[in-house]
Design a protein around this ligand. Structure first.
Ligand code: GLN
Length: 497
């Protein structure tokens, strides 16, 4: 067969179930491409080709390949713990750690018969928007090797866009699935908070963290979502509700009929009077996508969500506060790195040295910021205020969803920027999250779907829906994808050819 890495999940399912190919062949094709390309891209932190081929052979022998996701290779962001497989969360402090158990989502994918290709690069502890905060190496954008692949799930986005994996999982705390998907031309979905298990996900900000799929098509993302979603008694915030019918919604949306669907365009995210910091080309592509929705029968109106402008300062208090608590567990005793334990120092010194050497600058910045925001004299002024803003943002969503079924905006205010351009300017880096943070703070589902190119680089449309209405995100995204004709990543193939 021609290049198996060019097939999406649905095409791979057909090729596997018809017997045209095997999981071993599909896995080998991806491993070959990783060997050829990953030296440049830096998408993976860990690949175990032998284990992957062994697993693929088992799936082939079982006769299951092509049924559901059986036999399909997948990549996991290195924030998911995987039994016996190195897991670092992009940090030196976890170097050498092999977890004794697997995250629920990793286990569900394994139980479905997928083949783990490897663990993907990420900003350390998922803090960042460019993957340059990885303690190991930066990842490059397959569309332009001098540009960032987004973050913090930038290894996953580069792997899937670059055809080093058919699909991957990312995590999204403030945008880390949607923004890297947007800037690499992928579909990326952040599910409703609580609808996908966080068990075995190395915690950054527990009230915001969610796992979700990154794929080249809407239907591929839905197929993965369906496998990883659903209640998990091991996650105390897991919602006991059925998985939204995302696969059906993706199929229905692809029919291109949105008659009667009410779409709200968020004024505060790139609309009148709120265009500063947005690329003109991004706003043009998003406006064209909105026109496509109208052409498909949707009723489009502008909606105002006045508190969305406060999402950024609120998020950058809440997320660091929770991180400062979560990261206290990395003390050099239980996991990974330990520095200076030569018998000459007491335990506090060993902990301090381990943290000093094990955490990178952005992680330290967040721990210090979070500790300050939670400290006795300042708690009400910072963390308390931020929680109030979170309530206001929630209310904006509830009011908007009285009038419309979904809200849309750009996913990222800009296209992928050059590597290095924002590393010395944390505020410029944080500004990448402007559009993704409101849905994170409210816990509502949001998808990014490609809507064209600007300056030859991908642009994403964000579609947000009420809690547990993830299916609406998939339906609208599939309609956009269908109207554009072909997955955007097909144009990356043309570009490279
Ligand atoms: N870029 C945001 C941050 O740095 C979001 C990261 C994420 O979603 N994990 O915190």
């Amino acid at each position: 067969m021609s290049d198996l890495t060019a097939l999406n999940v649905v095409e791979l399912q057909q090729a596997l179930s018809s017997g045209e190919t095997t999981s071993v062949e599909v896995t080998r094709a991806h491993l070959d491409r990783i060997a050829a390309e990953d030296g440049t891209l830096g998408a993976y932190l860990h690949v175990d080709g032998e284990a992957a081929l062994r697993r693929a052979a088992e799936v082939d022998a079982s006769g299951a390949a092509g049924t559901g996701l059986a036999g399909i290779p997948v990549a996991l962001k290195d924030v998911f713990v995987t039994e016996g497989v190195p897991t670092t969360s992009g940090s030196r402090i976890l170097e050498g750690w092999r977890p004794p158990y697997s995250a629920t989502v990793a286990q569900r994918l394994a139980d479905a018969g997928t083949v783990l290709l490897g663990k993907t690069n990420m900003d350390e502890f998922a803090m960042g928007s460019s993957t340059e905060n990885s303690a190991y190496r930066p990842t490059r954008n397959p569309w332009d090797h001098d540009r960032i692949p987004g973050g913090s799930s930038g290894g996953s986005s580069a792997a899937v866009a670059g055809r080093l994996a058919p699909v991957a999982l990312g995590t999204d705390t403030g945008g880390s699935i949607r923004q890297p998907a947007a800037v690499t031309g992928l579909v990326g979905h952040k599910p409703t908070y609580g609808s996908v298990s966080r068990y075995g996900l190395i915690a950054f900000s527990s009230s915001l963290d969610q796992a979700g799929p990154m794929a080249r098509t809407v239907l591929d993302a839905a197929l993965v979502h369906e496998v990883i979603g659903g209640h998990d008694p091991r996650d105390s915030t897991s919602i006991d509700a059925p998985v939204p019918t995302v696969v059906e919604a993706a199929r229905r949306g692809a029919g291109g009929d949105l008659a009667g669907l009410r779409v709200g365009v968020v004024r505060e995210l790139g609309g009148d009077g709120a265009r500063e910091g947005y690329d003109a080309g991004v706003l043009e592509r998003v406006a064209e996508a909105v026109a496509l929705l109208e052409g498909a029968g949707a009723e489009v109106r502008e909606v105002s969500c006045p508190s969305f402008g406060l999402a950024l300062p609120a998020y950058y208090l809440i997320a660091p506060s929770e991180a400062s608590s979560n990261l206290a567990r990395f003390e050099g005793m239980r996991f990974g790195l330990r520095v200076g334990d030569d018998g000459s120092r007491d335990i506090d010194e060993v902990m301090a040295l381990t943290r000093e050497q094990g955490f990178g600058p952005e992680v330290k910045r967040r721990i210090i910021l979070g500790t300050y925001a939670l400290s006795a004299g300042y708690y009400d002024a910072y963390y308390g205020q931020a929680q109030k803003v979170r309530t206001l943002i929630n209310r904006d969503f509830l009011a908007a969803f009285d009038d419309v079924d979904v809200l849309v905006s750009p996913t990222s205010p800009t296209v992928a920027w050059p590597i290095g351009a924002r590393v010395d300017d944390p505020l410029a880096m944080y500004a990448a999250d402007l559009c993704t943070l409101p849905a994170s703070l409210a816990g509502v589902p949001a998808i990014s779907v490609p809507c064209g190119l600007s300056e030859g680089l991908p642009v994403g449309l964000q579609v947000m829906a009420p809690a547990l209405a993830d299916d609406r995100c998939y339906r609208v995204a599939a309609a956009v994808e269908a109207a554009l004709g072909a997955p955007l990543t097909d144009r990356l193939g043309e570009r490279a050819a």
